[in-house]
Ligand binder design. Structure first.
Ligand SMILES: N[C@@H](CCC(=O)N[C@@H](CS)C(=O)NCC(=O)O)C(=O)O
Length: 214
């Protein structure tokens, strides 16, 4: 059975949990990181020298980096449409995963850390507003794509939606008023129809509120 280490309040862990849920795979979850510790033990560092979550062990195949894990699970257990056999179609999904890592997630994590994870008396309102603008610009770009198709890969839900969609729950719930983004709102509602999204992404992240220490 696949083992996964990580705290459920981590967006990177949630990507993997969501993927496991979409594929209906059995897993054993080991809380790690943040208040659960473990990540600095020699045993954990032997799994991931970065001391970060998520990490999986699939029958001896140890893997870290959330997007790489999502790709591995899709290719090993998913088949179409999670892992299209056509390299061109697959590249079209991969592109959105890399865009998420380099652009949307990079901006969103900056915002999330500056707002949610920073104690209120230490927050920098100007910095938060600028970071929020970056995220809104990214979502406007996504919205233009989603005006023409229901999911980022096209007609079907795919691995392209996981690293991008995971951030929408927090974007809409952490307490910063969002501007009207009708195509994103429709997309977010579409993601909420998925049981695995509700189970693994739409959950409390209160344990990391005001916590900058990990
Ligand atoms: N690029 C890595 C980033 C992993 C990462 O930064 N994980 C954070 C949680 S989101 C972590 O382990 N922080 C330390 C902790 O929670 O103790 C990935 O996508 O997996």
């Amino acid at each position: 059975m696949i083992k996964i280490w990580g705290r459920r309040s981590s967006a990177n862990v949630q990507k993997v949990m969501w993927m496991l849920g979409e594929l209906g795979l059995e897993y054993r979850h080991i809380p790690a990181g943040g208040p659960y510790g473990i990540v600095n033990t020699p045993e954990f560092r032997a799994l991931n020298p970065n001391g970060l979550v998520p990490v999986i062990d699939d029958d001896g195949m140890v893997l870290w980096e959330s997007n790489a894990i999502v790709r591995y699970l899709a290719s090993q257990y998913g088949g179409e449409p999670f892992w299209p056999s056509s390299p061109r179609e697959r590249a079209g999904l991969d592109k959105w995963m890399d865009w998420s890592a380099s652009t949307l997630q990079a901006h969103f994590i900056g915002l999330f850390v500056s707002y949610w994870r920073t104690p209120e008396n230490l927050r920098d309102a100007k910095k938060i507003a600028a970071l929020h603008d970056n995220v809104v610009n990214d979502l406007m770009l996504l919205g233009r794509v989603l005006a023409k198709q229901p999911f980022l890969g096209g007609d079907a839900f795919s691995i392209a939606d996981i690293p991008n969609g995971v951030h929408l729950y927090r974007f809409y719930t952490m307490g910063i008023p969002a501007p009207s983004l009708p195509n994103i709102e429709t997309y977010y509602a579409r993601l909420q129809e998925r049981p695995a999204y509700r189970e693994h992404v739409m959950i409390s992240y209160d344990e990391i509120r005001g916590k900058l220490s990990f």
